[in-house]
Design a protein around this ligand. Structure first.
Ligand SMILES: Cc1cc2nc3c(=O)[nH]c(=O)nc-3n(C[C@H](O)[C@H](O)[C@H](O)COP(=O)(O)OP(=O)(O)OC[C@H]3O[C@@H](n4cnc5c(N)ncnc54)[C@H](O)[C@@H]3O)c2cc1C
Length: 463
């Protein structure tokens, strides 16, 4: 039975609230505007209701309710998807931010983690035992969306992606079941959630493998933009020969005074003395304006970039995989950087390599298994009046960079870019994902995401 929009709030309250330990927030309630706010300030959407379940059973109740009333459902973990899929106009928003249970087992080096945790909350708890696993590089990001799309961070060279460290997950499916997914149980579901995003169900608990990680040798080197061609060529050669313990990134941006700069950042997670020796050629290459590389606790490294990404700024991102930092790519970047409209924006190359690159492309839903860079134009600004300028510059740079990029893209960087780009994000794994979507979510209940449409014709790719 479908109900009209005005009746949804009372239907949700009547059916869910009795016995609910979580919360229901509807339009007109105190806290509604806060509850519908996500990281990207460009997103201003009004859900019919925000439901904050306290546990997996309440997630299942929400799914059942959404199905019964034929409601659109969106799922929020940490709310950092730049596409803003966590919140939709006229949908019920399942906000998992209250589900922060976390249990570290130092003996087995495993952790069970709730889907409402941020990276910072997760890292602080595991670091108490000198343990960590790969997550992203800004501590306010949610573990859920990040892991389900892949999860690229400082430990990927040694330990693989976040999704590679997933041992099992508990998944609430569209038909109201709560399934355990692992190599032993529901293996196909386990395959699909390691890269396939929120298409297959709502993950109510993640179990990860942890590794001993204590002090790391990390930080950055920066140079004026004029030195970028030499610095980036040297960086590319250096990064390509990096051992698994070393993961790197390069970025281009503007100083607060508006001066274009290029920076190299590193994280070495092996013995510090060996790292010092390994990084010597990089640190001695020309003269950086600033050298901030030093031993630091891993949890400290994980929050060093937070200041640059406050919640609420306007974001517009374009991205693709980059195999090589060619002269053509460098020339394009040099041409565009001085015109970058916002000092807060940046162009980044985040290295995927080592263990993360050696997994077979078909072993998990995340197919981009090669030594390469996640190239991202991450534009951010505060004033709505500056939006057109920032959008135009970002699109123009992306089009100019396209000949240098692979056709494929990391799903977690996608904005609202259409079905072709979602297929580009899944590449050769798209047909299997579509088949599994038909098994686990044939009616596409979970479609407020980078959607794998179950009605896609696998052979032609047409819908
Ligand atoms: C500042 C910033 C830094 C970033 N850095 C990195 C980085 O270093 N490495 C990297 O790999 N990525 C990075 N990302 C991208 C990030 O991985 C994605 O934005 C990711 O979607 C964030 O997850 P979230 O839970 O915070 O997002 P949300 O917006 O809450 O969720 C995104 C989508 O994931 C799905 N989802 C979330 N939770 C669940 C769940 N429990 N069950 C089922 N589906 C769910 C939903 O479809 C939802 O729409 C960064 C993003 C930002 C904004």
């Amino acid at each position: 039975m479908a109900v009209d929009a005005g009746g949804i709030a009372s239907a949700v309250r009547e059916e869910l609230e009795p016995g609910l330990r979580g919360e229901v927030v509807c339009p007109g309630d105190r806290g509604y505007d806060t509850a519908r706010t996500v990281f990207n300030g460009m997103i201003d959407r009004r859900p019919l209701a925000v439901i904050r379940p306290a546990d997996a059973s309440e997630v299942v109740r929400c799914i059942t309710l959404a199905r019964r009333h034929d409601l659109r459902l969106s799922v929020r973990g940490g709310g950092h998807s730049v596409a803003g899929n966590a919140v939709c106009d006229g949908a019920v928003m399942l906000d998992l931010s209250a589900m922060k249970a976390l249990r570290v087992n130092p003996e087995t080096r495993r952790v069970r983690a709730g889907p409402g945790l941020t990276l910072g909350e997760f890292d602080r708890a595991t670091q108490a035992f000198g343990l960590a696993t790969t997550l992203g590089v800004v501590s306010t990001t949610g573990i859920a969306g990040l892991t389900l799309g892949g999860g690229l961070g400082w430990l990927n060279g040694r330990y693989g992606l976040a999704c590679d460290n997933l041992i099992s997950a508990e998944v609430a499916t569209a038909d109201g079941r709560l399934l355990r997914a692992s190599v032993q149980e529901n293996e196909d579901l386990f395959w699909s959630i390691r890269g396939g995003g929120g298409n297959f169900g709502v993950v109510t608990s993640f179990e990860y493998q942890l590794h001993p990680v204590d002090l790391v040798l990390a930080g950055g080197l920066s140079y004026p933009l004029a030195m970028a061609p030499g610095v980036l060529r040297f960086y590319d050669d250096f990064a390509k020969t990096a051992p698994d313990e070393l993961s790197t990134a390069a970025s281009l941006g503007l100083t607060p005074a508006g001066e274009p700069t290029v920076s190299i950042a590193v994280c070495y997670c092996g013995p510090i003395a060996e790292g010092e020796q390994l990084l010597r050629p990089l640190r001695r290459f020309q003269s950086p304006v600033d050298d901030g590389i030093q031993p630091m606790p891993y949890a400290v490294l994980q929050s060093t970039r937070d200041e640059g990404f406050p919640s609420g700024r306007r974001h517009y991102w374009k991205s693709g995989w980059l195999r090589e930092v060619t002269d053509g790519a460098i020339e394009t970047l040099m041409r565009f950087l001085p015109q970058m409209p916002s000092c807060a924006s940046g162009v980044g190359l985040q290295q995927l390599h080592g263990a993360a690159s050696r997994v077979a492309p078909s072993a998990t839903a995340f197919p981009h298994r090669a030594e390469q860079y996640d190239f991202l134009i991450g534009s951010q600004w505060s004033d709505a009046a500056d939006s057109d300028r920032n959008l135009q510059w970002t699109r123009a740079l992306f089009e100019a960079m396209r000949p240098h990029l692979e056709e494929s893209v990391y799903v977690n960087n996608l904005g609202d870019e259409g079905p072709g780009r979602v297929q580009a994000a899944y590449g050769e794994n798209y047909p299997r994902l579509t088949a599994l979507k038909r098994t686990y979510d044939p009616d596409n209940l979970f479609r407020a995401n980078h959607n794998i449409d179950p009605s896609t014709d696998i052979v032609s790719g047409e819908q």
